[in-house]
Every structure is written in structure tokens, then in C-alpha cells.
Design a protein around this ligand. Structure first.
Ligand code: ADP
Ligand code: G6P
Length: 736
């Protein structure tokens, strides 16, 4: 039976050694609490860090630790102190975390951190490779392990790998500042499916992939060599049932059975009836906006002094990453703020802020949720924020008000909450007042919608949707495009090649025989290519045509003295055996005067684009433009041209980062079929990467061996990855 392997930095439990004995506490944070509900049964294995370093673990305890973890279907990755320093406290939490949360000024770009991050990611990848069977599904989590998918894919090309990022993916403008940005993207692209909490994070990621790696992206599919990688958003849910049941249980407990914290909260309610409790729960993290929230609370009390002694703010800040300097500074700042405000505003009957800096047991968390009239969550940036969802789930009588920052991923799905901008104190003060005075009916009406949604799209549904999408992605890859040119197929083609008596080969040039270049003139043939083409050209019983959209001047310069057969401008001109180019099709060029100014206006408005003028066609190239902008302009130009052309004599071809306007009666399909009709061929072969090559694939007879370069939808029978593979294939023909 296949199993699911979950990989994250932290395991769901953190091990501790005290007095020589072993104990386990639950991990905090959205990832661990969410995935814990998904990880169950023997068909799931969770690989991660135990919370202890090699130095912490005495040899004698090692078997006990492994045994305890095995009981939980977990397995540990061994990390030493220096790994944790460089990879966890360093690159993960001093580089990626601040950068991805838009705290650019906190982000440190240290080579040592990066080296350690790579090495530790490799340790995780090795642990997966060792544990995974052929048909297992591998699900990698979060920003600590961005390189793992590629590392696993390198050793296990057939493995099914999903990746989910639990934090925001920043806009391209932020991401591009990272010195190792391409490595990070390539690391992620080892996965078959990459998931984010929101569409915005997904769109930011796709934009970086396009701009930094120059890969083709179509909707949410990324084309990388012979793979298609799917990117999608899956907003993470919570274990709704667990939270609502725990709330019911906590409310039902009577007298002495109630927790100490609950007793204190009850006492507060009894002694100050009519007062409101506002709660906020976060890890102590600068992204959570805790200091701003405290300042905003002071602002509120000054703006609406009538609420002094009527409201109390409970802050639960869970210790987090306390070795990182920014977290230490924040801790000091919050201590001071709370001290100052309580010092200034407290009365004998009232302390405005109750501040807890500790990790509380789950039951106490529930006590806080159920006893508070308002939850006030103000992250400056947050991937999701599950606390907001948990608060709503515990409101079994449907009362309670949630005030939530727009900057949290969860705000996208929680429209009925009071959404605020955490930087706007005026708005926050007014919203607090609105929350305090909100009628019960309104609270219940809002929460009813929220609860319904959270109940339906819970963490289980979230995980299932991700898994189903991952599985169907793997299936789709096989059927989506043409068949991959495997060694067996190539052998079969070569045998056919050898036994044939008269062969005809059509070879596209750009993107097929050679890669793309920023300046098309610089994509000239190299020595190896000349050798291959010479050898093919001189083979007995073999007619080779270079068939291209290029102009005849360039091809004459590169190939005429070698006497290759050439068809250029998509079929307007032909040259055979070193003769000058002749017209293959009768075409008109009078339309060009009208279209040229239109293209020129697009060049003026699209930096990096340019016009290539051929004898009977005009091409607008946009390979060197900003990818998003260029694509947008291409769509615009397409609309403009189609409305201008309006007759059948001229057509627009959408090539690879080029749009070409040309006579309709010219295309590579028509040209290749004409060549085919001139002799009796028993082996016909056509290869190309572009949209314009599809005409050949479509129009040449069925018996033709058609090959697409790259993994895009095609009419060709087979596909190969790129020019390197094309050359290998042609060399097989030569050697035979
Ligand atoms: P983040 O993942 O950034 O920490 P989230 O709000 O998404 O933020 O997730 C926090 C998770 O940690 C929640 O599921 C919450 O229940 C849990 N949590 C927060 N405080 C505590 C605590 N004191 N003890 C146990 N779990 C906690
Ligand atoms: C966030 C991250 C998690 C992380 C958690 C707690 O939720 O997305 O990956 O585990 O914070 O942080 P910590 O550094 O203590 O693991």
C-alpha cells in the first residue's frame, strides 16, 4: 500500500530531555496544528526535526527516541547544533522569513547561512529518499525546505512530489532582492504541484518564475523541460470539529473541574459585569503586529476614554525563535510597552492588559477563546492565521466578534469579520468600539456564515483537495501531450531510418537546433551544429530542409555556401543545392505599409520589443520585454491586428515570444507538403518547437515522424526536451 510522507522542519511534537528523561510537547504554529489532523494511521509517515540536536541526544537515549517517534508514525532527521544555527536560526528565520513577510530591512544575506541551508535541505532530501517507496506520495512543507523538491526529484524522477508554502510568497520586487533567488525557484520546481494559501501568493510566484527563469507559464501551469508543474491556491482550514467540541466540553465543566485560568476568567466576569474581554493570541513574532496592536489599544483608550475600566486586553504571546536578535528586541519592546501602559492607566480595580509570554496547553487556549467577547488579530503580514479561524470555531453560541487584519491570508475567506488595516489606528479604535457595541444578533448573523464556511472547508478537505490535485497532476502529465521520445522509440525510429531508401527531413532552426538568444542574429550556428548538418546533408538518399521563419539574408549568410536546402519566411522562399533563393509562393507585400506603423507604436510602448522586417512579413519580437507586460501587450496587439486585417489574405502567427503578420497562403505545412510531393520518400521526419511548426505536424501525412521540442500541447507524435536532445537524436541518424 502506498503511503503519504509528510516532511516539515518540525515534527508535530518537540522532544525535550530533562532530568535524564524524555518528554514530548506539541509543536505550535499553523503548520504543525493543521497537519497533525491530517497525519494519522499507518499510511502516513512524518519526517522532521525532533527539536533536539545531535549534541543534546545521549547515545543511550537514541533508541528510546526513535521508538517514541515511531509510535507516532514519525521519523527524525538528525541535525547538529551548527545546522540549527545556520539553517534554522540563520537562513530560514533571518533571511527567508523576514523577506517573505516584507521585512526587507531585517533580511540578512549571509553566504554561511545559505551553505548551511543547502546542506540541511540535502539531509531532509536524503531522509525522504531512504524512506520512500516507488509509489509513495511525498508532501514537503514550508519555507525551511524550499530546495528539497528538486533534490528529491534529481534522485527519484518518477516520485510524486507536492509542496505547500505556509507563509506568503512575496511580490517579484521583493523576491528579486534575494541573491539565491533562482536556486530557490528551481528547488521548488522539483515538485509536481506547488500550493499556496491565496491566489495573490500564487500569482507572485508565477511572476517570479516567468521573470527570473524565463519559463513559459500558461494559466497556472509551468513548463520546465519535459515536465508540467501545476501551481494552485488551497486556503488551509482547521480541524473545526476538534475546536468546537473542545469548546463545548470546556463550557460544560463545572466548579472545581474548571481550569485555573478559566476560574480566573470567570472571576473577572463576576467582579466586573458588563466589561468586555478582548483576546489576541500569536507566536511572539514581528510579523504579527503585537507592538502596534498595543499602541493601537492605548490610542483607543485615549480616543474613547469611556471604555477605561470597561475593557481588558489579554495578550498571549508564545515564545518563538528566541535566538534570533529581532525576536529578542521585540520581546523587550513588548515588555516595556505593556509595563508602561499598565503603569500609566491601571486603577485599583483595573489593569488594561494581561500579558502572558508562554505556551499554554490546548485546554487553556480554548478557555481564552470561549471567554473572550472579541478576538483582535492584527498581523502586518501573515500567510494564513489559523487563530482567527479557531476563535470562530469555538463560538458555539455564535456570539463573539472577530477583528482581523486585511494582511492575513485568512481575511480573504472571512469577509464577515471586521477587517482592518493594522497601520490605521483611527480605523482600529473605531472598529474596537464597533465590536464592543455590536448587537448580539449581528454577531450571530456574521458568525453563522463564517462557521458554515469553516466547517465545510476544514483541514481535511484542504488536505484532500491538495492530494487529489497532486494525483491528477501526475496522471495528466502522461496524457496531456505527445509521447516522450524514449530510448526504445528512438531505436525504433533509427531502425526505420536505416532501412529506408529515400529520406526527407524538415528541421526547424530556432528553439530546435539551437536555443533562443536575446538578439536573434547572435543565435548563429556553432561548430557542433555545422558538423551535424554537414553530416546529414552528405548522407546518401537523404534530403534535409532547414525550414524556418527567418529571413533569407541571414540564412544565406549562415548556410548558402554549405549548399543546404532551405525554406525561409515560413515558406515564401526556397534555396536548394546552394542556388539563390527563389519564391516558392506568390505573395503580396502591399499590406506591410499599413501594418508597420501599428507594430511601431507597440515597439514605442513596450520596452525591449522590436520589429523584424522580412521580405513578405513583419514580426514583432517581445522575448526581451518584461514577461508579464510583454504577454499583456501581445494579447492587445493580437486584438488590434485581427480587427485591422479582417480578410483572409493576411494572418497573424503567434510564435514563441513573437507575433508575425504574413500572407495567409504561406506556412510551413504547405511548404513541406510541396517538397514531399516532388519525390517518392519512404521516411519523412519533421521537428520543431513552435506554434508555426504545428502546420507541418498537421499537414504532413500520418506516416510522418513528427517531433515537438518542449512540452506543450501539440499535434506532433513525440516530444523531446530541448535543443541538446535534438542534437543527440540527429547524431543517432548520422551514426546509423
Ligand atoms: P503561525 O503559524 O504563524 O504561528 P497561526 O495563527 O496560523 O500562526 O497558527 C498558530 C497555531 O498555533 C494555531 O493553530 C494555534 O492554535 C497554535 N497555538 C497558538 N498558541 C498556542 C499555545 N499557547 N499553545 C498551543 N498552541 C498554540
Ligand atoms: C509558522 C511557520 C511554520 C513554523 C511555525 C512555528 O507557522 O509557517 O513552518 O513551524 O511558524 O515556528 P517555529 O520556528 O517555532 O517552527
Amino acid at each position: 500500500m502506498s503511503k503519504t510522507i509528510i516532511i516539515s522542519n518540525r515534527l508535530p511534537v518537540q522532544l525535550q530531555i530533562s532530568d535524564g528523561g524524555l518528554s514530548a510537547i506539541p509543536s505550535v504554529g499553523g503548520l504543525a496544528t493543521g497537519m497533525k489532523s491530517v497525519h494519522s494511521g499507518d499510511d502516513s509517515l512524518w519526517i522532521g526535526w525532533s527539536g533536539l540536536t545531535d549534541e543534546d541526544i545521549p547515545n543511550i537515549l537514541e533508541p528510546q527516541i526513535d521508538h517514541a517517534l515511531r509510535e507516532l508514525n514519525c521519523s527524525k532527521v538528525r541535525l547538529n547544533k551548527s545546522d540549527i544555527e545556520g539553517y534554522y536560526f540563520g537562513f530560514s528565520n533571518r533571511t527567508i522569513w523576514p523577506l517573505f513577510h516584507y521585512f526587507l530591512e531585517y533580511s540578512e544575506f549571509e553566504l554561511d547561512f545559505w551553505e548551511s541551508y543547502k546542506a540541511v535541505n540535502q539531509k531532509f532530501a536524503d531522509a525522504i529518499i531512504e524512506a520512500a517507496d516507488e509509489d509513495d506520495i511525498i508532501w514537503v512543507h514550508d519555507y525551511q525546505l524550499l530546495l528539497v523538491p528538486e533534490m528529491v526529484k534529481a534522485k527519484r524522477p518518477n516520485a510524486t512530489i507536492g509542496f505547500f508554502l505556509h507563509i506568503p510568497f512575496p511580490s517579484y520586487e521583493i523576491f528579486r532582492t534575494l541573491p539565491w533567488r533562482e536556486h530557490i525557484l528551481r528547488g521548488l520546481l522539483g515538485a509536481d504541484l506547488i500550493g499556496f494559501h491565496t491566489y495573490d501568493y500564487e500569482r507572485h510566484f508565477l511572476s517570479s518564475v516567468r521573470r527570473l527563469l524565463g519559463l513559459d507559464v500558461s494559466f497556472n501551469d509551468i513548463y520546465l523541460e519535459d515536465r508540467v508543474i501545476k501551481v494552485d491556491s488551497f486556503p488551509m482550514g482547521i480541524d473545526y470539529h476538534k475546536f468546537s467540541e473542545a469548546a463545548k466540553k470546556s463550557i460544560a465543566l463545572q466548579g472545581k473541574h474548571r481550569s485555573d485560568l478559566q476560574k480566573k476568567l470567570d472571576e473577572h466576569k463576576r467582579s466586573a459585569p458588563g466589561t468586555k474581554l478582548i483576546v489576541s493570541i500569536d507566536r511572539l513574532d514581528y510579523s504579527k503586529g503585537i507592538a502596534k496592536r498595543i499602541n493601537a489599544f492605548e490610542y483607543f483608550l485615549n480616543k474613547y476614554p469611556e471604555y477605561k475600566e470597561k475593557v481588558r486586553l489579554i495578550i498571549l504571546a508564545v515564545p518563538s525563535r528566541s535566538n534570533v536578535p529581532q525576536y529578542q528586541l521585540l520581546k523587550r519592546e513588548i515588555d516595556e510597552l505593556v509595563g508602561r501602559i499598565n503603569g500609566e492607566l491601571s486603577t485599583v480595580n483595573w489593569t488594561p492588559i494581561w500579558y502572558f509570554y508562554r505556551s499554554l496547553p490546548f485546554e487553556n487556549l480554548i478557555d481564552l477563546y470561549t471567554s473572550s467577547d472579541i478576538a483582535w488579530l492584527t498581523p502586518l503580514r501573515d500567510g494564513m492565521n489559523l487563530v482567527a479561524k479557531e476563535y470562530i470555531a469555538t463560538r458555539t453560541d455564535k456570539t463573539g466578534v472577530l477583528i482581523l487584519s486585511e494582511m492575513a491570508g485568512s481575511a480573504n475567506e472571512m469577509n464577515e469579520a471586521l477587517l482592518i488595516n493594522p497601520n490605521n489606528f483611527e480605523e482600529q479604535a473605531d472598529t474596537l468600539k464597533q465590536a464592543i457595541t455590536m448587537p448580539k444578533e449581528e454577531q450571530m448573523a456574521r458568525n453563522m456564515f463564517l462557521q458554515k464556511r469553516l466547517q465545510r472547508y476544514n483541514v481535511e478537505v484542504w488536505a484532500n483537495e491538495f492530494m487529489n490535485s497532486l494525483k491528477s497532476q501526475r496522471k495528466a502529465v502522461g496524457t496531456f501531450v505527445s509521447e516522450k521520445m524514449t530510448g526504445t522509440i528512438l531505436d525504433w525510429i533509427t531502425t526505420k531510418y536505416n532501412s529506408s531508401k529515400n529520406r526527407l527531413l524538415f528541421l526547424d532552426y530556432d528553439g530546435t537546433l539551437t536555443g533562443f538568444h536575446k538578439d536573434p542574429q547572435k543565435a548563429s550556428p556553432d561548430k557542433e551544429l555545422y558538423e551535424i548538418l554537414d553530416a546529414l546533408h552528405h548522407q546518401e538518399n537523404t534530403t534535409v530542409f532547414l525550414i524556418s521563419g527567418r529571413d533569407k539574408t541571414t540564412f544565406s549568410k549562415w548556410f548558402l555556401d554549405r549548399k543546404y536546402n532551405m525554406i525561409v519566411e515560413h515558406g515564401v522562399w526556397i534555396s536548394t543545392k546552394g542556388e539563390d533563393f527563389k519564391m516558392l509562393e506568390k505573395v503580396k507585400g502591399d499590406w506591410m505599409e499599413k501594418i508597420r506603423p501599428v507594430l511601431e507604436s507597440f515597439v514605442d510602448r513596450t520596452p525591449g520589443s522590436f520589429i523584424e522586417e522580412k521580405n513578405y512579413s513583419l514580426a514583432w519580437h517581445y522575448r526581451n520585454t518584461d514577461p508579464d507586460f510583454g504577454q499583456k501587450r501581445a494579447t492587445e496587439l493580437n486584438t488590434v491586428l485581427r480587427s485591422l486585417i479582417g480578410n483572409d489574405d493576411i494572418s497573424v502567427l503567434n510564435g514563441n515570444k513573437v507575433m508575425e503578420v504574413k500572407s495567409s497562403n504561406v506556412n510551413k505545412g504547405r511548404a513541406s507538403v510541396r517538397m514531399l510531393s516532388q519525390a517518392d520518400y519512404d521516411f519523412v521526419f519533421a521537428i520543431g518547437d513552435d506554434w508555426t511548426d504545428e502546420f507541418m505536424f498537421e499537414e504532413l501525412p500520418d506516416s510522418t515522424i513528427t517531433v515537438k521540442v518542449g512540452l506543450q500541447k501539440t499535434q506532433a507524435k513525440y516530444h523531446v526536451e530541448g535543443p541538446k536532445k535534438v542534437r543527440e537524436l540527429l547524431k543517432q541518424f548520422i551514426q546509423s
